[in-house]
Design a protein around this ligand. Structure first.
Ligand SMILES: *Cc1c(COP(=O)(O)O)cnc(C)c1O
Length: 385
């Protein structure tokens, strides 16, 4: 049997061999608790502080502005919950502005802040490509806004948001801006000053680092209360003994990503364009979702009329291709995702989504194999429905 071709790099990436090698000594050789006073502790602490400097070097910020967390979702939670609670305490601001197309780690956190903690949420509309337009922010923002949260790039449809333009509006009003850069960081620069953000979330496993580790950039002076309380780790903003090997791996993966970002984008972009062109040309009733130009260089997403996306995924899997519907929906729930609903598609289109995302092991040969099979499988999915 032929090996399954992996086309789901937006869901997760394998750990880079160089990253793994950097991590290994910190499991059982240099194993100390970074908070301990003795040599063992100092060595572990040195490893974390070196990792923090590496991450700060990529983000072009100060090392003490980096908080290590357990994942991208936790970074989003800390940013939204921590900053909105702090801004309410500081100036009685009780509005959270966030887009309708955010990852659940942001949208469900905002939803809970409204339901249980007395905040108001304004769900900012997006355009037909899922993009948040700066004027939308300008219309909604006011002195009672605690925080604005808009993702840098969308995981389902690949659209890149104009964060630096949005940041100008936020800063004119003196309002904090958070961006979820978890999906974007593999391909877009995450220079926090160029983006103009106060808070930025990252997750290691989207750029060839390990799962279960993330980081939050917190601009110096940003009001933030910890979500996880306890010991004083991470300048008191995230209690818990740090996961030293994973933090080392996170930093090494981000460093390599930054070094190789342009080359990686140049590798995948022609394959992305080949897939998009071929699908739109050869499959009837197919549409691209997300922005045609302002999109991640490894990201293709489509809808097919009259297709059950989950059924298509199982057909693809049997044929040896690992793709996604874009919504990470495994529940068998035949509902279009929130993001698909925003695309304003007619009912017969909304369930037929397919996300194809490329990465370092993707080859033109694999892409051609995929393109040779996809039209037939879409036809089959239409007939068997
Ligand atoms: C993957 C992802 C997350 C969640 O990150 P985890 O590290 O898996 O918790 C959040 N936001 C976006 C945009 C993502 O793509």
């Amino acid at each position: 049997m032929e090996k399954t071709i992996y086309l789901d790099y937006a869901a997760t990436t394998p750990v880079d061999e160089r990253v793994l090698q950097a991590m290994l000594p910190y499991f059982s050789h240099t194993f100390g608790n970074p908070s301990s006073i003795h040599q063992y502790g100092q060595k572990a602490e040195n490893a974390i502080e070196a990792a923090r400097e590496t991450v700060a070097g990529v983000l072009k910020c100060r090392p003490d502005e980096i908080i290590f967390t357990s994942c991208g979702s936790e970074s989003d939670n800390l940013a939204l919950r921590g900053a909105s609670l702090a801004m309410r305490a500081k100036k009685n601001a009780n509005w959270i502005l966030t887009s309708q197309a955010e990852h659940h780690a942001v949208s469900r956190t905002a939803g809970q802040m409204a339901e249980l903690f007395g905040f108001e949420v304004e769900w900012l509309p997006v355009d037909e490509y899922g993009m948040v337009l700066p004027q939308t922010i300008a219309q909604a923002i006011c002195h009672q806004t605690a925080i604005v949260s808009v993702m840098l790039a969308n995981n389902e449809i690949g659209t890149i948001n104009p964060i630096s333009k949005i940041s100008e509006i936020c800063h004119e009003q003196g309002v904090l801006l958070h961006t979820d850069a978890v999906q974007a960081a593999a391909y877009l620069p995450v220079n926090v000053d160029a983006l103009g953000v106060d808070l930025l979330s990252l997750g290691g496993h989207k750029f060839y680092g390990p799962k279960g580790v993330g980081a939050l950039y917190v601009r110096k002076g940003t009001p933030l209360v910890p979500v996880q309380t306890g010991g004083g780790q991470e300048v008191g903003l995230r209690a818990g003994t740090q996961n030293v090997p994973y933090i080392v791996g996170f930093a090494e993966a981000l460093r390599l990503t930054d070094l190789e970002r342009k080359a990686r984008a140049a590798q995948v972009k022609p394959m992305r364009d080949r897939i998009i062109g071929s699908v739109l040309e050869n499959i009837p009733d197919a549409k691209l979702t997300g922005h045609p130009i302002e999109r991640l260089p490894n990201h293709c997403s489509f809808v097919f009329k009259g297709v059950d996306g989950n059924f298509l995924l199982t057909l693809l899997d049997s044929a040896g291709f690992a793709c996604s519907s874009g919504s990470a929906c495994k529940t068998g729930n035949p509902e279009p995702s929130e993001v698909m609903r925003l695309m304003q598609l007619p009912l017969e289109w909304g369930l037929g989504s397919l996300r194809v995302t490329l990465g370092t092991a993707s080859t033109a040969v694999d892409v051609e194999k995929f393109l040779a099979r996809l039209p037939g499988l879409v036809e089959k999915a239409r007939k068997l429905q």
